[in-house]
Ligand binder design. Structure first.
Ligand code: GDP
Length: 342
């Protein structure tokens, strides 16, 4: 199905944000499919981190250093740029809105402009896939939301992603192959604990192991459409190799409350009566929170032949089982700091 021009069938990808959950799965998938994978990393990763494998070429640099980004692009001469870097936490965006806008929007403008210039100089198409977010639809009254839903973010994070999403539209109209992946929440054992899912699964594991009494959370009624991260990363590759650039909602179409997630996680760890282990802590309640996010991915299903492969129950169970092992190991090692969560 690929229409991507490439010599000798080896395609070259440049991934920003390669040490994050999505970037690491993407690097794995592309390398497994024979791509030459180049990754932007802020610091040389320690041995044993997910990205650091011989199959990937690492380039040191920060998204905010636009001249360096330009040089890295010129060195790599990629066929596709996957822009996954940036600040990915809504909670953190309330702590530093300006930094969030700078990394999630200003840097996207710089990276797209450099890619466009390189494409002009090199005389070959360079595709660009931007990781956007459901948060651009924060207060949309459409449920489920689709590519045509009103863009109305309710957090600095959502606003930064909305600006980047609009820039994608601008460069597409200018003639560049640039797609926007409007990703709904997507989780895995590689999700950091600042996100509610991993916070829940790691702390439920600690409770199951007898090392924690209570799980402190914010809004239990928030309703999210949670999918399996490797599925979402696969959609990015499909977008990169599809014949046309476009906007695509990537979601399961099924939403659950945070409370549902908590209940399932305790069940997976073999604990009944979960209520006695959960406390609502106002510190974790946000100034404004989208109440229900649920996406309609029928366009991606139709055009990209994409669909989710792991359902909610299986996802929660895999994350809990993973954390039971991780936490048991961590508790065996003295002096390790406890895993936090926002
Ligand atoms: P987000 O949807 O990108 O903000 O992803 P998160 O995983 O950070 O949050 C998902 C939902 O869980 C949001 O509606 C939060 O308000 C809600 N939530 C409830 N308690 C917590 C908590 O303790 N930590 C976080 N991060 N979110 C929480």
């Amino acid at each position: 199905m690929s229409n991507l021009p490439s010599s000798a069938n080896v395609r070259t990808a440049f991934i920003t944000g390669a040490t994050g959950q999505d970037g690491s799965y993407l690097a794995d998938q592309l390398a497994g499919q024979g791509w030459s994978v180049h990754a932007l990393v802020r610091t040389a990763p320690a041995k044993g981190t997910v990205v650091g494998d011989r199959a990937f070429s690492l380039h040191l640099g920060d998204l905010s250093d636009h001249n360096n980004l330009k040089r890295v692009l010129q060195t790599i001469q990629p066929d596709v740029v996957f822009n996954l870097a940036g600040s990915s936490s809504v909670a953190e965006s309330w702590e530093d809105p300006a930094a969030t806008i700078s990394v999630n929007a200003t840097s996207v403008a710089a990276l797209m402009e450099s890619t466009w210039k390189l494409q002009q100089d090199a005389g070959k198409e360079i595709r660009f896939v931007q990781a956007s977010s459901a948060e651009i639809f924060g207060s949309s009254t459409d449920v489920p939301q689709n590519e045509l839903s009103r863009i109305c973010p309710v957090s600095p994070y959502g606003a930064s992603k909305a600006l980047a999403h609009h820039l994608v539209g601008v460069y597409r109209r200018r003639g560049m192959f640039v797609s926007s992946a409007i990703l709904y929440n997507h989780e895995s054992p590689r999700r950091p604990a600042k996100f509610v899912t991993r916070k829940i699964t790691s702390q439920v594991a600690r409770i199951a192991l007898g090392h924690l009494e209570t799980l402190d959370l914010g809004n239990l009624d928030a309703t999210r459409d949670w999918g399996w991260a490797p599925d979402y990363v696969d959609s990015l590759v499909r977008m990169a190799t599809y014949k046309d650039p476009d906007d695509f909602v990537i979601a399961t179409g099924i939403s659950h409350t945070v409370r549902d997630f908590v209940r399932r996680a305790f069940e997976s760890a073999g604990i009944s009566h979960w209520e006695k282990h959960v406390r609502v802590d106002p510190r974790f309640i946000r100034p404004i929170d989208a109440s229900e996010m649920r996406g309609d991915a029928s366009k991606a299903q139709r055009l990209l032949d994409w669909k989710p492969t792991v359902d909610f129950g299986e996802m929660v169970s895999q994350m809990v089982q993973n954390d039971l092992v991780v936490e048991a190991k961590r508790l065996e090692t003295p002096h390790t700091s406890s895993r936090g969560g926002k």
